[in-house]
Design a protein. Sequence first.
Length: 112
Amino acid sequence: MKTYLTNRFEILSEWISAGLGSPYAFMAAFLVVALWAVTGPLFGYSDTWQLIINTGTTISTFLMVFLLQNTGNRTIEEMQDNLRRMERQNASLMHELLALRQDLRADGRIAA
């Protein structure tokens, strides 16, 4: 059950991150804020009018923290996997180089 929820969350977070990271999402957010600002005089810059934008931005920020953390965790895991893979490749190349060096020494092509 835990794996199922984790996989669903990762799929959802990737989908939301891709959508919210687009220029269209930025334009939509900008339009919402502009619309809110334009309606200020209509509502007399009341406390309720201010509370609407404050609540919206607080909830959005709260949820985005979890998405950003998930994205950061996945990025770190991918980087660690790549570093481990490169370390294995490097170790393999070093063994081949040492073997070649020993063969050349045995043949007398290089000095010991």
